[in-house]
Structures are given as C-alpha cells and as structure tokens.
Write a protein of this length. Sequence first.
Length: 99
Amino acid sequence: MDNLEKNQNLNLNFYIWGHSLDTSDKDYIIDLFSLNDDMDRNVQVIIYYFDKNAKFTLLNNLLAILGKDKVEQWMKNKWLQFRPNPEIKFDKMISEKTA
C-alpha cells in the first residue's frame, strides 16, 4: 500500500443517536454516505434506534434520501449498522459522582 492509499483510508466511525435522518438534513447525509464511494476508506456509520418502529422510520428516511442501492451497498459491506440504543443508567452515574 503506497502513501496515497494510506492517506485516503480514513478509518472513521460515525455514531448517530437521537437523529431523525429526515430530508431536512439531506445534504449532510449524502456527504457522509459518499465517503466510501471511490474506494473503501473504512468509514462506518452506526445508527442507534429506540425501538423497531424507530428503526423502520430511520431506514425509510435513508432509503428516501440515498436510494435502495446505496443503502444496500453500505449494509452489505457492514459500513452501515443499526443498533438498539444502549441502556444508560443515569441514576447510577449521578450517585457515583456524589459519592
């Protein structure tokens, strides 16, 4: 691998949590999902969802913006992943700070 290839391999993870991925952010979404277009730059997007309905809505929003082929390509290459929201115990975090 030459220096040019090393410099183009970004190795970035984007975590999206609590975002609608609606058409109002279309430009940003298109830019983000174009990072692996020319070559696999190891850019991954992990989208957290609240429940199955939210996952369905987020996926539909992406399909409306990016199209079926792009979304399928990203999912097939594991560049795009959907994960349930992590369980965060805020009361435990608060009690640890006050202890």
